[in-house]
Design a binder for this molecule. Structure first.
Ligand SMILES: [Zn+2]
Length: 124
């Protein structure tokens, strides 16, 4: 089965090729966010799977790295710490390396989701 699921983290829909049911946790193939299926009829609705912030951002970044075949550099823990700080202060995982706290900068940020890593050789 092929389903379209809207991800509220990266704000696009992705194709999910497996069974869906209420309560199932799926990984967004665009950003790596873990989403819980809340409804399947008349359309699939999913929202961020509730978990503690550190687990959420660690899982998201590890899922994203796996999806893109990226590896973490020695700054990983520093960035995770920065993301947790931003989440505590501003309510979401905005990139600690970027000044503006806007939806496009929620980790993994839009440039990173749009393949900037391939161009720069690393995350901004
Ligand atoms: Zn997503």
């Amino acid at each position: 089965m092929k389903h379209k699921i809207y991800c509220e983290v990266c704000r696009v829909s992705f194709v999910y090729r497996d069974e869906v049911e209420k309560g199932k946790v799926v990984v967004c193939t665009v950003c790596g966010a873990e989403l819980e299926i809340n409804e399947t009829e008349p359309e699939i609705k999913a929202s961020r799977y509730p978990q503690d912030p550190e687990t959420e951002i660690r899982n998201r970044s590890e899922n994203f790295a796996r999806l893109r075949d990226y590896t973490f550099n020695e700054d990983k823990e520093l960035v995770i710490e920065g993301l947790l700080g931003k989440n505590e202060m501003y309510g979401d995982f905005y990139c600690p390396c970027r000044f503006e706290n806007i939806p496009e900068h929620v980790c993994p940020c839009l440039p990173t989701r749009s393949n900037e890593v391939r161009k720069l050789g690393h995350c901004y």
